[in-house]
Design a protein around this ligand. Structure first.
Ligand code: SAH
Length: 248
């Protein structure tokens, strides 16, 4: 079981697989007023940066579940490196349908809401692991500017404009699902650059090291087209944020 190989090539050097930067991740951890011993569940935990740094900075404990074997190994190594391996656990597996045995203080899915069919389905899934009064964290894109035509949405690698909402629409949708939005930290274009532009050097280095690989033509094509696609579309049109929700 694993994610498509292209991601483990392009994002192999990422600690955070999203447009949120280390300082914004720290801002979010502080904004949530986490107390030592608080428990977190993170579905689609990637390379574990959120759990590991919050365990170090706030003394939280937690579990991450991720389908990528490489990212899960990196998360375990990061936990060792930060001295928090006794506080956090990383499971390689499918997070779709994953429910923790005990109710957690914070249940998160940051940039992987497709695991339960979108934002609403992911909130329903996370709610099953949450203790009463706990916080749900959702990381999700939104339209910074509404695309004037479907072609622009496709340029942002969305299937259609309807894949995402504007920020006010996304915020209103949480209310419609019966949740209070109690905090949020939004990414900016600089954060998008860290996420997207970091892939380019990784791809270039990978190509230099693996010229004969079956995947080389695909990686070469992406390195060729991605900088122009990203600066034309995603950087201009897509926002991204992490939203903290509590049941009304
Ligand atoms: N939350 C992390 C990773 C976000 S990227 C961060 O912010 O850094 C999306 C992650 O979802 C990837 O790590 C990918 O491996 C994982 N993923 C994709 N499908 C999944 C599934 N069905 N179950 C668990 N993880 C999944």
């Amino acid at each position: 079981m694993d994610i498509p190989r292209i991601f483990t090539i392009t994002e192999s050097a990422h600690r955070i697989h999203n447009p949120i930067t280390p300082d914004k991740l720290a801002t979010l951890g502080a904004a949530l007023r986490l107390t030592p011993g608080a428990s977190l569940l993170d579905l689609g935990s990637g390379s574990g940066e959120m759990l590991c740094t919050w365990a170090r900075d706030h003394g939280i404990t937690g579990t991450g579940v991720d389908m990528s074997q490489l990212f899960t190994e990196q998360a375990k190594r990061r936990a060792q490196e930060l001295g928090v391996a006794n506080q956090v656990k990383f499971i390689h597996g499918d997070a779709a349908g994953y429910v923790s045995e005990q109710g957690v203080d914070v249940a998160a899915c940051v940039g992987a809401t497709w695991i339960a069919g979108g934002v609403a389905g992911t909130i329903t899934l996370l709610a099953q692991s949450l203790r009463p009064g706990g916080i749900i964290l959702i990381g999700e894109p939104f339209w910074r500017q509404l695309p004037p035509m479907q072609e622009v949405a496709k340029g942002c690698l969305a299937h259609a404009i309807s894949d995402f909402l504007t920020l006010p629409e996304l915020v209103a949708s949480f209310g419609q699902l019966g949740y209070d939005l109690v905090e949020m930290v939004l990414a900016d274009q600089g954060g998008w650059d860290r996420y997207e532009a970091a892939k380019w050097l990784t791809m270039r280095r990978w190509l230099d090291a693996n010229p004969g690989d079956d995947f080389a033509p695909e990686v070469r094509a992406q390195l060729h087209s991605e900088p122009t696609r990203y600066t034309t579309y995603t950087r201009e049109y897509l926002g991204w944020g992490v939203f903290a929700l509590m049941l009304r």
